[in-house]
Design a protein around this ligand. Structure first.
Ligand SMILES: [Fe+2]
Length: 347
């Protein structure tokens, strides 16, 4: 029913009165605020590794890792440019350390995870230097000092994933440099954390002092071996192929309180059923090549390519040859808050 002119002007005057006292009428915004299903501003997108690698090397000629503190190209979702976000809740970037360089030690409230794409450097976390090899998954939990270096003759490049937008949503960001210089004091042998917590055992009467996994380093060689053995046993998931999630060995839960991460093997000829979930997901192709359909978009990927799938976007993977995909998302945070949903859709 058309409103009388005096009603419209009466409402407008009322809204202006509300505006003057920092108030707004819910009924004017409710349909955008409480949506019947997710309406993400994020869009599907792929960052081609060959192109990104060339840009990283160009950055390497312009700024040192020490000068930059972190020489990273931030992957910005095209739907939300300017926010340093790959999804509504996550940050992603590609980081380069050239031979002989050090990225100085610092710590921050935001938690970080890394997937090594090429080369072999190291990360020091919590007094332990962790070697990096392609495909390795490495954690830097909240508020732990970390520095990176490269003692090899070749560049090292990895994908960074951080929960910066979540920490900033809560206005809970803190950060500081290491007080003792660029490189933290190393007082543990390499592999110490994996020996203590990563052999299906933990120290006697162990009580965790962190919400993150005490294992910082999940070598790809072990993950790959597990995936290949699982593949040979059959029972392929119709949507996910053979998919494992990284776990905190102490709790069995996600490796970090905000972020979940996965490695999935898609067997040769895999043609996945469509699936969607509320956790927008960042993928990085580890082996092989394939196609991922996201809504009406078609993403062709090969090794090193990074692509993002928005929340609740219908997704299916197809490969010709056996391929492996790494991925991470905010599923840990969503499940802790009780808002995560998933749906399997059949053709
Ligand atoms: Fe950092």
């Amino acid at each position: 029913m058309e409103l009388a002119h005096e009603d419209k002007t009466g409402r407008q005057a009322f809204y202006e009165k509300l505006d003057g006292v920092h108030t707004a009428p819910l009924w004017a915004v409710m349909s955008q605020l409480v949506t019947p299903e997710p309406r993400s501003r994020c869009v599907p997108h792929k960052w081609d590794y060959a192109g990104m690698r060339a840009l990283l090397m160009e950055a390497g000629g312009l700024i040192t890792a020490k000068e930059a503190e972190r020489r990273v190209l931030v992957l910005e979702n095209p739907g939300i440019r300017g926010l340093s976000q790959v999804t509504q809740s996550l940050y992603a970037g590609l980081q380069l350390i050239l031979p002989g360089e050090v990225a100085p030690s610092h710590r921050h409230a935001a938690a970080a995870l890394r997937l090594i794409i090429e080369g072999s450097g190291y990360t020091a976390v919590n007094g332990e230097r962790i070697p990096m090899a392609p495909g390795d998954f490495i954690l830097t939990p909240s508020w732990m000092f970390h520095d990176h270096g490269n003692l090899s003759d070749d560049p090292v490049v990895w994908l960074d994933g951080l929960d910066v937008p979540i920490v900033n949503l809560f206005d809970a960001s803190f950060a500081e440099g290491y007080p003792g210089g660029d490189v933290q004091h190393v007082d543990r042998l390499a592999g110490d954390a994996r020996a203590r917590y990563g052999a299906n055992m933990v120290p006697l009467e162990y009580e965790p002092d962190s919400k993150s996994s005490p294992v910082f380093h999940y070598p790809y060689a072990r993950v790959r071996e597990a995936l290949l053995q699982i593949e040979s046993a059959g029972m392929c998931d119709a949507s996910h192929g053979f998919k494992l999630q990284y776990a905190n060995p102490v709790t069995g839960g996600y490796p970090m309180p905000t972020m979940a991460a996965y490695m999935q093997l898609l067997p040769a000829g895999f043609c996945g059923q469509p699936y969607r979930s509320t956790d927008a997901t960042v993928y990085c192709a580890r082996e092989g090549k394939g196609t991922t359909f996201v809504g009406n978009e078609r993403i062709e990927w090969s090794v090193g390519d990074v692509f993002v799938v928005p929340s609740w976007a219908t997704t299916s993977h197809q490969v010709g040859e056996r391929s492996v995909l790494f991925s991470f998302s905010d599923r840990a945070a969503q499940k802790a808050l009780g808002v995560w949903r998933e749906e399997r859709l059949n053709d």
